[in-house]
Design a protein around this ligand. Structure first.
Ligand code: NAP
Length: 229
């Protein structure tokens, strides 16, 4: 059975993806900072999952995630990068520290994770990487300068990786959701209940993630798929 590493596994899209993939029979490696929430999600799934608490702002030690997998005799077949934070700030009040944090998680950490994932000792040939990008990557709305730029950078990296990793048949794709009903959205505080009701259920994203990880999509790479109508 395939083993998939999911970042952002403690909440929202990542947690829903863990639950759905586990139901489909995948083994899961879960990464996020909050160990209690990771344990709660692990408790909700049938199969044993490996929990690796990690703060992705620490770029220098990202290989330890993959070394932990190796110690547990796990060679990966897929990776889903769902960790993320949002910044909604007009440029006039931009905060450089938040800007660095957003860019680090969505872009730098994604590239570092993929660098190690693509090594033969950590992943099997024919593996699949799925990046959770956003429609913000292409819709440049007010307040979203850093978030949009970080997601565009992520999508550019997906394109480059799909070419650089194809000698190992590693496919790389991204999903661009519109609004999804997760704590990221509800914590923003300024959305009315109707907007939240109209938001997508995270399971809709999990279905597409599973398709992109599976052999059902074995000829699809460098696709950037919008979801949300
Ligand atoms: N919700 C939406 O409307 C929407 C739309 C388009 C795209 N997206 C994207 O979808 C992805 C998932 O978002 P979500 O809506 O599921 O948000 P969420 O419920 O807030 O979950 C975010 C996840 O990221 C993890 N995370 C944040 N900072 C981290 C760090 N420094 N190190 C490790 N993990 C970290 C969090 O875990 P810990 O706090 O435990 O570390 C959590 O598991 C994000 O990339 C987001 O940009 C969301």
């Amino acid at each position: 059975m395939k083993t998939i590493l999911v970042t952002g596994a403690s909440s929202g899209i990542g947690a829903e993806t863990v639950r759905y993939l586990s139901k489909c029979g995948y083994n899961i490696v879960m990464v996020a900072r909050n160990i209690e929430r990771l344990k709660e999600v692990a408790f909700q799934v049938d199969k044993d999952s490996l929990i690796i608490p990690y703060d992705l702002r620490d770029l220098s030690s990202i290989e330890t995630i993959f070394k932990k997998c190796e110690e547990n005799e796990l060679v990966l077949d897929g990776m889903v990068h769902a960790a993320g934070i949002v910044q909604d700030t007009p440029i006039r009040t931009n905060d450089i520290e938040i800007m660095q944090e957003v860019t680090t998680i969505h872009y730098y950490a994604f590239v570092e994770l993929s660098k190690y994932f693509s090594k033969k000792r950590y992943s099997n040939d024919g593996s699949s990487i799925v990046a959770i990008s956003s429609m913000a990557s292409v819709l440049h709305e007010k307040g979203m300068c850093t978030y949009s730029a970080a997601k565009s950078a992520m999508d550019a990296a997906v394109g480059v990786m799909s070419k650089e990793f194809c000698n190992r048949s590693i496919r790389v794709n991204s999903i661009l959701p519109r609004m999804v009903n997760t704590p990221m959205i509800t914590n923003l505080g300024y959305l009315d209940s109707n907007s939240v009701k109209e938001a997508l259920d995270p399971i809709q994203i999990a279905y597409l993630v599973e398709f992109l990880l599976s052999d059902k999509s074995k000829h699809i790479t460098n696709a950037h798929i919008p979801v949300g109508g």
